[in-house]
Every structure is written in structure tokens, then in C-alpha cells.
Design a protein around this ligand. Structure first.
Ligand code: AMP
Length: 441
């Protein structure tokens, strides 16, 4: 319930208007200390509800003393890396401010400078912008940030990756009278971010809500190389027979593979259930219930089918196939080792999984433990030659003559699918292929 926060009634009304019923975790964690005026450093991903987590306390502050009705100064500044994000944030600010007199403005590159100058002369209460163009306005003396009370740095890690470090420094220095600073980043960032945090925030509270950092430290993450699907199936059977676990979930990328693996397990007299999109609601319910109550200790599932599944005592996750994105990996693995318990996550990697696996390692900034099961050691041990990115050298598939000649455009769906890996890589705002792999732990 949003009414648990000490927010102005006009803001609560706007929240209700948007049909937000329950605050998200980042909102629960960040809104109360932000309302108290504390500086915050928040690690949270896009999609977590982080925008409302800073916009609501910000508007509350502006409503607090009634001064916002005499619009004479910019009182809040939100810095973000891209024009799209700035536009999106403006829309959110306007939605939450709809029952107030608070006015906001947008300054990004690619827009008419003079029109922006005219907007700035009217002095919005809240200014949202990208660093480069804001600096241009400072240089042209069309922008005055001296009265800014609240500064928000959103997606700070990405701004630094984009080379905005100096601009951020200059802009924050310009806000000489600021009383509160809220810094949001999708990742825990590197030295650059630590430096900004040290310079810009005063005694900040660090809230980590990032799905990646949500990965329990009690969960070991391993990979085992495999020659082919049959080899993977034998590895699964070995693991289920030899690992100590309460409950295990095995993820496959396809329904067909889920059914095939389930069949193999049943044939080997492993008590298991299978969960995927082709199962009807009744079967699904039974499978989940049996798994929950311990009637079966092993569940084979696809990602979609297992979404939202939260089962106590789940301490072994096996990725039969490598998930197609880092976020999906986090979702899968995040189910194990909860609440301080120990968990084990094992990904079975054959040559088609390797590059995806190394992308996930980079996304998580972790190196998975390499494990070999002596009895089932295969011939594939990973690519012979690795690029700095950790990917295999020379794995590009040769185009067939048919593909070479093909001019047909891919369908929207196929195109979106093809784009997925790059979404994975940029999900944390990094350009990981320019970075070196972290050293093995
Ligand atoms: P963000 O992480 O700020 O980009 O937010 C992601 C999306 O979640 C946006 O479309 C928000 O409007 C929406 N959202 C934020 N908070 C809530 C909430 N408490 N309940 C429902 N949706 C929300």
C-alpha cells in the first residue's frame, strides 16, 4: 500500500490513478529514507520501479513548503544518460505531478536550443536532462542550477560508461545549494562510479535491489562441459544421483527438450514432474503442489512455465540449456540459496552454449567454477582459443549458399529474437566486450 508512505495526498491520488497498488521492492526500500532527506545510492535495474522511487519523494519535497507555486527557481534536477530515458522520466514526473502545480521541463540533445532557452526562462520546478546539452546551456548562461535542492543521477553507471564523468562533476558542482542527492545505477559499477559516489553523496545509504546482486552469496555457480544432448542427460542423472539436495529444478529452453529429459528421468526411475506451456492448468497445479510439498524432488521446466514459482528448500538448479539472457539466468538461479541457505547452480555447456555462457559471466561480472565429473568426462572442454571476451575464436557459422543469396527480411519476431543477446549484454549498461574478463576467483 502506498498510503504507508508519508506522501502528500495529491501524490497518493496520482499513484492511485495509475493503478499502482503495491510498491515494488525498490520503492519500499528507497521512498522512506528519501522522504527523510537522506542521500541514497541505489542499485536497481530498469523495470524495477526505480523512477517512482525517486520521483515521489522528490515531488513530496517540492510540495512540502508550498513554495512551488511561485515558480522562480529550478528546485530539482534529474540527470540521465539518454534522450529516450529523459522523455520517459518526464512523462512519469508529469503523471505523478498531475494534481499539483509543479512544472517540469526537458533538456536533451537533438532539440532546438532556442526553444529550450525559452522553456528555461519560464523556470520549471523540475528539470530533466542529459549532461551534454545541459552543459551547453550552462556555457550559454541560459541555465541556473544554483537553487537546486534535490539532485538525482539516474543510470549513473551508464552515464559514466558514455563518458559523462566530467559533465556530471561540473553539473553537480553547479548545484551549490543542494540538500539531497539520489544516485541510481543498474550495476554496482566500477572505480569511476565509486569516485562519483565519494564526491557527490553525503553519508549515503546504499540500497542494493539489483537482481544480479540479489543472487545469494550462498549459491555456488558451476559449469560442466558436455559433448551433446545425450551427454547432458547422463550428466543430469549423475547429478541427481550424487548431489545432496532437497529439491532440484532443471531448466530447458524448449518444451520438446523438457519432455524428452522428463522421459529419460522417468525411465531411470527418478521421481520427477515436468512443467511447460503445453501443460494444462490442472497438470501444472498438480506438478507445483507435489514439488512444493516434497512429493517429488525434481522438476523439469521451461522458463515461462516456471515464472513466479517460489518454492522453499530449492537448493539445486541445473541449466540443461544455457538461458538466452543474463536476466533469465538471474531469474533461474535466484530461486536457489534464498534467505541465506546454500544453493548450487550448475550449467551444462556444450559448444553451442559456450558464447552465451561467457556473455552471462561478463554480465554478472563473475567467473563460474569449472567442474569436471570424472566418470562422465567428455571430449568437449570448451573452445581451444578464447577471445578477450571469453567467447570462442572462429565460431562464426559459415553461411550456406542459400543464406548468402537470401534477401528476404526477417520477420519482426525473428529480428527481435536475434537482437536478444545484445540486449543481454547491454542490460547493465556496459560495453562488456571492450572489457577484460575478471580474473578467476
Ligand atoms: P521503471 O523501473 O521506473 O522504469 O518502471 C518500470 C515500469 O513499472 C513503469 O512502467 C512504471 O510505470 C511501472 N511501475 C512502477 N512502480 C509500479 C508499481 N508500484 N506498481 C505497478 N507498476 C509500477
Amino acid at each position: 500500500m502506498f498510503s504507508q508512505f508519508a506522501l502528500h495526498e495529491r501524490l497518493l491520488k496520482a499513484v492511485a490513478e495509475q493503478n499502482f497498488t503495491e510498491p515494488t521492492p525498490v520503492q519500499l526500500a528507497a521512498i522512506p529514507p528519501a522522504l527523510e532527506g537522506r542521500d541514497l545510492r541505489v542499485t536497481a535495474q530498469t523495470g524495477s520501479g526505480k523512477t517512482a522511487a525517486f520521483v515521489l519523494p522528490m515531488l513530496n519535497r517540492l510540495l512540502g513548503d508550498g513554495a512551488s507555486q511561485q515558480r522562480v527557481r529550478i528546485r530539482a534536477l534529474i540527470l540521465l544518460p539518454t534522450r529516450e530515458l529523459a522523455q520517459q522520466t518526464l512523462r512519469e514526473v508529469e503523471r505523478f505531478a498531475q494534481f499539483t502545480f509543479i512544472k517540469s521541463g526537458l533538456i536533451t540533445g537533438g532539440e532546438d536550443f532556442k526553444v529550450q532557452g525559452a522553456m528555461l526562462r519560464k523556470v520549471p520546478d523540475v528539470l530533466i536532462g542529459t549532461p551534454g546539452r545541459l552543459i551547453e546551456h550552462l556555457n550559454a548562461a541560459t541555465l541556473n542550477l544554483k537553487e537546486v535542492e534535490l539532485l538525482v543521477l539516474d543510470e549513473a553507471d551508464r552515464m559514466l560508461d558514455m563518458g559523462f564523468a566530467e559533465d556530471i562533476e561540473r553539473l553537480t558542482a553547479e548545484c551549490v545549494n543542494r540538500q539531497q542527492t539520489l544516485l541510481f545505477s543498474a550495476t554496482s559499477g566500477g572505480n569511476g562510479l565509486r569516485e562519483v559516489v565519494g564526491k557527490v553523496l553525503r553519508n549515503p545509504l546504499h540500497l542494493k535491489l539489483n537482481a544480479v546482486s540479489d543472487l545469494s552469496e550462498g549459491t555456488r555457480q558451476q559449469i560442466i562441459t558436455a559433448d551433446d544432448l545425450t551427454h547432458k542427460e547422463r550428466l543430469v542423472q549423475w547429478l541427481l544421483a550424487n548431489e545432496t539436495f532437497q529439491k532440484a529444478i532443471i531448466f530447458t529452453n524448449t518444451r520438446t527438450q523438457a519432455d524428452r529429459l522428463y522421459g529419460r528421468l522417468v525411465a531411470a526411475e527418478v521421481k520427477a514432474f515436468v512443467l511447460h506451456g503445453d501443460k494444462d492448468q490442472k497438470d501444472r497445479k498438480i506438478a507445483i503442489e507435489r514439488f512444493r510439498t516434497g512429493g517429488s524432488r525434481v522438476l523439469v521446466a521451461t522458463d515461462v512455465a516456471a515464472r513466479g514459482l517460489d518454492v522453499d528448500g530449492l537448493d539445486l538448479v541445473i541449466n540443461f540449456d544455457m538461458p538466452r539472457s543474463g536476466d533469465e539466468y538471474v531469474h533461474r538461479i535466484g530461486r536457489t540459496g534464498r534467505a541465506g541457505g546454500d544453493g548450487l547452480a550448475i550449467s551444462l555447456i556444450c559448444h553451442t552454449d559456450w558464447s552465451l555462457m561467457s556473455s552471462v559471466e561478463r554480465y554478472l561480472k563473475q567467473r563460474f567454477e569449472r567442474r569436471v565429473i570424472k566418470e562422465l568426462k567428455g571430449t568437449y572442454q570448451g573452445p581451444k582459443n578464447l577471445k578477450a571476451s571469453g567467447k570462442a575464436v572462429g565460431v562464426k557459422k559459415k553461411k550456406t549458399a542459400e543464406q548468402k543469396g537470401a534477401t528476404k527480411k526477417p520477420s519482426a519476431k525473428t529480428a527481435a529474437k536475434r537482437k536478444q543477446p545484445s540486449k543481454l549484454i547491454s542490460a547493465d549498461g556496459l560495453a562488456p566486450f571492450k572489457r577484460k574478463l575478471p580474473a578467476a576467483e
